[in-house]
Design a protein around this ligand. Sequence first.
Ligand code: CA
Length: 517
Amino acid sequence: MKIVGAVALGIFLGGLAYLAGTPDVSADAPAAAHAVDAAACMRLTSFRLPNMKITSAEVVPAGQFKAPSGAAEGFVDLPEFCRVAMTLTPSSDSDIKSETWLPLSGWNGKFQEVGNGGWNGFIQYAALAAALRRGYATASTDTGHTGDTASFAPGHPEKLIDFGYRAVHETAVQGRAIVAAFYGALPRYSYFTGCSGGGRQAFMEAQRYPQDFEGIIAGDPGYDRAAESLQLIAAAQATHKDAASFIPKEKFAVLHQAALDACDAADGLKDGIINNPLRCKFDPAVTLCKGADGPNCLTAPQVEAAKKLYAPIVDPKSGKEIFPGFEPGTELRFANTTGAPRPLGMADDTFKYTVIGDPNWDFRTLDIGKDIVRAHETDKGIVSATSTNLKPYVGRGSKLIIYHGWADQNVAPLSSVNYYNALIDVMGKKSVEDSVRLYMAAGMGHCAGGEGPSVFDTLTTLEQWREHGVAPKEVIASQMADGKVIRTRPLCPYPQEAQYKGTGSPDLAENFACRLP
Ligand SMILES: [Ca+2]
């Protein structure tokens, strides 16, 4: 191992201790062991670890950061920080870009890595900024490729591994080493936060690298990339079977209203939100046109297609469920998932570039029984993160918070419930309750938006849990319109649900209680 320049031996040892997997979770550790300044930032250019090269280290003055696109919006309130860019090469075909941002003052003594969605190959500047604002040293990776497609994957198995799990892990290891080099102290706690594809990365970390983080937040996790992609393609196949099966955007509004008619008031409160879609039976056949086709009803082929969007995908041979379908209440966002000329890009790319190996593949030819086998064979656990063995992770006292919108139009929300229940089967209820929480957000779309409150802060919940032993209960979610809070509602630890107490404004969280249904 080569150590170059003015980097002190103690710093090297700090990095080494981490690399050896020594947990450093003392709440009493000093936030910063030595003063940091612009010179300390510039000295990082001579910091070396194996398979890592720092390409720049510079101080960004307060409010001066601009994204590579030139955008300054969203960054003007950032404090002064040391911006470190590096290239990681864990394999000869690797070209992973990562950045670590280090606040010059007010470091909270902690490290946070942020995740990427879909096939995302970009540094996540907005998420880095959010972490920096809270005093975190923070890191992000482009996952080893550039762009938002899987077209890099054919012929590059090592790059697919980088995307699947290695880039996030290496960024955690190197990012923490840089924290140690800069501040002279390892972070007291390291956390990972991500949604969608970032939720998949979150699961991957908890399953594969239990030493990396003391706390992980997985939002709307698309953790079973193979099966999830198959379900999304099957949904597009259903609405593109022929011209008659296509459901135009305005008819999804008809379906949505019918779903609300069936399920909204049935949860005890008519508020435009389906509190738990599992406890409601919705049959799209209620929208069938009585006579000729019209704007307020669905034709028989459209009803047939709609039914497939809500139904789980089942292996025709074994009869086993491969992946759940979407839930009633999601319809206003279905046009993005099934109304476009091709399936959702994330799923389309998974099949075109990693399963089938043909960029011109016709998704209408999807064969569920055959193609799920091919999807698992090509995935080999590289991109899909389905292991339920979290014992090494929770055994260190580390915590996992999962949240998922019940009206998620990209990742079928029941997949998170299924994973949580599978954890209980494998690890036992007590072990799961000691270390894992699942919050299902009624009416929330994919990672944001929807008809229900979708703005909430699980990071504070995680900090309180891991650092102060405060077991999470409800999390207050807000619904925003024109920059104002128009509704608040508690998110409850699954399987509890937010139940209206019967008096007071239904737009205020205080008038709800978390109870078992
Ligand atoms: Ca309701």
